[in-house]
Design a protein around this ligand. Sequence first.
Ligand SMILES: *Cc1c(COP(=O)(O)O)cnc(C)c1O
Length: 342
Amino acid sequence: MNTTAPPTIDLRSDTVTRPTAAMRAAMAAAEVGDDVYGDDPTVNRLQSRLAERFGFEAGLFFGSGTQSNLAALMAHCARGDEYLVGQEAHTYKYEQGGAAVLGSIQPQPLENEPHGGIAIEALERAIKPDDVHFARTRLLALENTIGGRVLPPEYQREATEFAHARGLRTHLDGARIYNAMIKRRTDERTVAAGFDSVSVCLSKGLGAPAGSVLLGDRALIGAALRWRKALGGGLRQVGILAAACLHALDHHVARLAEDHEHAERLAAGLRALGLAAPVPQTNIVYVDIPAPHVAPLAAHLRARGIVATVGMRTRLVTHLDVPREAVERTLAAFREYPGWSA
Ligand SMILES: *Cc1c(COP(=O)(O)O)cnc(C)c1O
């Protein structure tokens, strides 16, 4: 008797991907050394490869994107400095306020525009004059993609030029920068243009089990290296993870386009059911679920092996472990939900 249940479909995040057999083989074969001594050849290869691709002098490996962003903010800003950041930004909202808590850096959160950036006029108003009353405004931090949206290229240019003209540095939280690059059909240098530092995650849609790389000039990366040690992020034979990251860069970048197609297909299917699910730009679908349906729909999906963060604004994320059949199965489950007609 064949009673094999269909595999679980996990749409909570693109962080849930598991390393493929080929990635595990690359990890097992990795040449390693003690990275605190700078001796891990695989880590060094990953850092220099990303630095070269994105057009920076240097790169630095981190175990998480949160730590990479925090070290970047601490390298750019001193105690009593301030950074301008969107209300919806990961560094501001989803990283335990680390810049303030651990870095003594004051965030100046500003409203995000519908396109994901911050209006130039809002930035202009938020920059503090050189006066003893105020924190020193030092840095503009943006995010791409943000909530699945790709920063408009003309906004990227305008905002980074504005910041530099006002003496600010610029940081990009590029946890999903490869999704933005693939969507824009461009290259690493273009999508990173105008930023003094970029944090790239390999553990989201690219499918590595862990790993982020911070990119910047030698002075910034030198400062970040010190903070990484203080934050407990100096790791030893971590080439095992860097090998997974290199494998992801070789094999999982172009295929992000599939995740984007799957997200579009999912949103279109949900709209066909009369639900509000705007056309996604990349791999994140948002769908509004009327409050009375939230709990029963979550249970209905769970019973069909579909794990999702169901709420009034439900987020469904496509990734490496969501093949086309999984998209169809998810849509079928939404269709079979008996509550819509009620
Ligand atoms: C996931 C993510 C990070 C980093 O998260 P970690 O879980 O610490 O790796 C940073 N910024 C954004 C926008 C993210 O989505």
